[in-house]
Every structure is written in structure tokens, then in C-alpha cells.
Design a protein around this ligand. Structure first.
Ligand SMILES: Cc1cc2nc3c(=O)[nH]c(=O)nc-3n(C[C@H](O)[C@H](O)[C@H](O)COP(=O)(O)OP(=O)(O)OC[C@H]3O[C@@H](n4cnc5c(N)ncnc54)[C@H](O)[C@@H]3O)c2cc1C
Length: 411
């Protein structure tokens, strides 16, 4: 069924009891042309683009839990392109642009919201990095602007008197957007399922099978399934799943936490990054302040939060915005991130023929539509699109790393 104002009105007349399931709950077949491991935005997106752009619809997405239950539904939704190195700027700028047509492409409202972002700078080194980032990104058509203290105060009248803090200026990023994260997983699932893709939940991949020509299939909690092409998009579990194929990925799995306050009336439209404190926050459509920071300081697969990280985040925000002092803490959570050693994505073939991987690198909600499309094209054509050539696994052998350090507090 196509979602439209007309179908919405017709369903309203039936008390919304006639909506069909958004996607088919498929049982696994004996074999598929392509299997994708991981039912988050990246995996479901890759399956959708295999079917819609490459005519390959004999595809299964295998998800060990429920769709979007991984990092796709745990992230803070910030979509930005403020990177320092040309390969990353080119990729992330194209990735931001890819979001704008996604609701139409999927016939699913992903609730894209143009918010803009302000990065508050607190040292001369941050200011000099900011000029470099603004100039580099401008070469690729991305728009960021260094702003002085007067403009910062004008845009954020609620900031504590800058004289009290070592605030030296800011960066204004007008094109930063947010998207409703689980809608992205549901939208891709529905669109892929409509094109014939099998979406199989509660199906954990426990082994990857090979012969001397490459991948032959997977062992799963629902039995063995054959395929000659296997894509992996399992943020936070990449090292373990790739190891099933004998591939040792150069990544470390580290928790990333976030928290929200109870809701208040709208006071903040931008995403705010406190560069010196490695902290960021924004106000959600429901009115909660959504707050986050950098990763935890140790590797772990834990998805629970700890008291110390929220304490540090809240202390940082209150230093700069004391007006939020009486807000109430609602809840916190964590997700496990696969961080590459150079903070840059891996979208690549592997030494095992027919086994392809999409690892976000640092934070990868922002890249979902583009990374998924290019992962699909890599699987279909067995060669990378030029924009992801630099994201090959080979860079860890050749030393051509892209040592990205422009995370600017938020993933
Ligand atoms: C707190 C937090 C805040 C974040 N904020 C941002 C942000 O603001 N902006 C940004 O760009 N990024 C952000 N990120 C990062 C972002 O969420 C992820 O990079 C992105 O969502 C990864 O998407 P994915 O589809 O690859 O992974 P996921 O959504 O995690 O999907 C992977 C799926 O694979 C499944 N899986 C794992 N192992 C197996 C197996 N053996 N068999 C079958 N299935 C398996 C998992 O169950 C999971 O559902 C944040 C992350 C966290 C945790």
C-alpha cells in the first residue's frame, strides 16, 4: 500500500484497523543471491539498493534481534559533514545530501528536520582547526562558517556570559539535519520487502562458511543458508562477525552513551557542540534535551550506561548554559561502536572472495543512505565506487590511513 494523504484519510475512516504490516516476516529459504548480516539502517539500506538499483532481489537480511534494535535506534540522529580530510569531506558531504530525497524514495516519512549546528570553541587551537575545516569543506561545496563572539551570543542568548568562560568563537553549520532514527530502519525494511527482499528477524549468524572460491553461506540460529555473496553491516559486532570468516578487522568496540532530560517547551533549534568539553546536546521534537559526549575510555560490548559519563556531560553543559540547572534527568543508554583505528569508515572487499564489509568508522548514522548504496554497488559489481576507494581495508596494510580528528564532540 502506498502511504499518502488519501490512504491516511481512508484508514482514519476505519479507525486505522486496515493498515497492512509494513514488511513481510519471511522464513529463510535454502539459498539467496546475496545475504546481508545486520538489520540496522546500513544493512536494510544495502538490501533495498541491491533490489532497487541492481535488480538483485533474491536477498535476505538476517537480524539476530529486532529491526533497528542496534545502534540505529540508539543514536542521537545528528547528520553532519564537518570533517578535516578531503576523502572524508567528499564522502560525508555527499552523505548529508543523500538524506534529502530519502522520504520520497522510500515513501516513508523519516522526519528530516533542518536544525543547523553551532560548535562553541574554547581555545585558539580549536579556532585554528575550525578555519582549516571551514576552508577544506568549502572546496567540496559544504557550508560552515566561523562566527565571532558577538554573533555567537546573538544566536545563543542563553549562553553564560562568555567572559566567564574561555569561549573564543564558534562555527555555524547551517546544513546539519536530524532524522527520526528508527523510521530509517522501518522505511528501508518496508521498501526492500516490497521489492521481494526477505527480512528475517531473530536469526543470528553464528558462522561464515567458505570453500576455496570464497563464501558459500552462513550458519544461523535458524539453520544453514547458502550464498556466494555476503555483506556485513553489524555496527558494534564487526570484529566478532568478520572473525567467523577468518578476517581480522582493525577496529575496537567501545561504548558510546547518551541521555535525555524530561521534556520542556522549545528553547533550542540548533544542535550545540561544546568542543572543549567533547560534549553536545540538542532539543528533540518531543522537547527533551538529548545529550552526548565522546566514547567511553575503554573497549566493551556493554550497552548499559555508567554514572560518570552523564555526570561529566551535565557538568559541562551547565558550565556554559546554567539556565538548564533545574532540569530533570530522564534516562540514559549506551550502544557499542566499532571504531576504526583512523576514525574513518571501511566499506570494502575482504581477503575472502564474496565477503564485503561496511563499518562506520566512528559514528555512522549520518552516512546511512550513501554507505548503504555504495555497499550495495560494491556487492553487485565486486569493485568499489571511486568515492569509497580510500575506504578499502588495504589502507591498513599500505599505511594510507586517513587520521580523521574532526569528530567535534559528537559522533
Ligand atoms: C549513543 C549513540 C549516539 C550516536 N549518535 C550518532 C549521531 O548523532 N550521528 C551519527 O552519525 N552516528 C551516531 N551514532 C552511531 C550510529 O548509531 C551508528 O554508526 C549507526 O547507527 C550504525 O548503523 P548500522 O545499521 O551499521 O548498525 P546497527 O543499527 O547497530 O545494526 C546492526 C545490526 O546487526 C545485528 N547483528 C549483530 N551481530 C549479528 C549477528 N551475528 N547475526 C545477525 N545480526 C547481527 C545487531 O543486532 C544490529 O541490529 C551513535 C551511536 C550511539 C551508540
Amino acid at each position: 500500500m502506498k502511504y499518502s494523504a488519501r490512504t491516511l484519510a481512508l484508514q482514519a475512516l476505519r479507525n486505522h484497523r486496515g493498515w497492512p504490516a509494513a514488511w513481510r516476516h519471511a522464513a529463510p529459504k535454502k539459498s539467496y543471491d546475496v545475504i546481508i548480516i545486520g538489520g540496522g539502517g546500513h544493512g536494510l539500506g544495502a538490501a533495498f539498493y541491491l533490489a532497487s538499483q541492481h535488480g538483485i532481489s533474491n536477498v535476505a537480511v538476517l537480524e539476530k534481534g529486532w529491526l533497528g534494535g542496534g545502534n540505529t535506534a540508539r543514536n542521537t540522529m545528528t547528520i553532519r559533514d564537518n570533517f578535516l580530510y578531503p576523502e572524508n569531506v567528499r564522502f560525508h558531504h555527499a552523505a548529508v545530501n543523500a538524506w534529502h530525497s530519502l522520504s520520497d524514495e522510500l515513501n516513508f516519512n523519516i522526519m528530516l528536520s533542518k536544525r543547523g549546528m553551532i560548535t562553541i570553541l574554547m581555545s585558539d587551537r580549536d579556532l585554528s582547526d575550525a578555519h582549516r575545516m571551514v576552508n577544506t569543506t568549502a572546496l567540496f561545496g559544504a557550508e560552515h562558517r566561523v562566527i565571532d563572539l558577538d554573533e555567537l551570543q546573538q544566536r545563543l542568548p542563553m549562553i553564560a556570559t562568555p567572559g566567564r568562560l574561555p569561549v573564543v568563537g564558534g562555527i555555524y553549520h547551517p546544513n546539519v539535519v536530524l532524522a527520526r532514527h528508527d523510521a530509517v530502519a522501518w522505511g528501508y525494511a518496508r521498501a526492500a520487502s516490497n521489492l521481494g527482499v526477505d527480512i528475517i528477524e531473530n536469526c543470528e549468524v553464528t558462522d561464515i562458511l567458505q570453500d576455496d572460491r570464497g563464501v558459500t553461506g552462513v550458519e544461523t540460529s535458524l539453520g544453514r543458508i547458502q550464498t556466494r555473496k555476503l555483506g556485513m553491516a553489524v555496527a558494534g559486532h564487526g570484529k566478532r562477525v568478520a572473525a567467523m570468516a577468518g578476517v581480522n578487522l582493525p577496529i575496537e568496540t567501545i561504548p558510546l552513551q547518551a541521555l535525555v532530560s524530561t521534556p520542556i517547551k522549545p528553547v533550542l533549534d540548533n544542535v550545540l557542540v561544546l568542543r572543549g568539553f567533547n560534549t553536545y546536546f540538542m532539543q528533540s521534537d518531543k522537547g527533551e534535551l538529548v545529550m552526548g559526549a565522546g566514547t567511553d575510555p575503554y573497549p566493551s560490548y556493554s550497552q548499559r550506561g555508567t554514572p560518570q559519563i552523564p555526570e561529566a556531560i551535565i557538568a559541562a553543559i551547565l558550565q556554559v548554559f546554567p539556565m538548564f540547572e533545574r532540569m530533570k534527568f530522564l534516562r540514559q543508554w549506551a550502544g557499542a561502536l566499532d571504531i576504526t583505528y583512523d576514525n574513518t569508515p571501511i566499506i570494502s572487499k575482504t581477503p575472502v572472495a564474496g565477503f564485503y564489509v561496511d563499518v562506520a568508522g566512528s559514528g555512522g548514522f549520518k552516512t546511512t543512505p550513501l554507505a548503504a548504496r555504495l555497499h550495495a554497488s560494491l556487492i553487485a559489481n565486486d569493485r568499489p565506487d571511486p568515492i569509497i576507494e580510500a575506504y578499502s581495508l588495504e589502507r591498513f596494510g599500505s599505511g594510507r590511513l586517513i587520521l580523521e580528528r574532526a569528530s567535534y564532540g559528537n559522533r
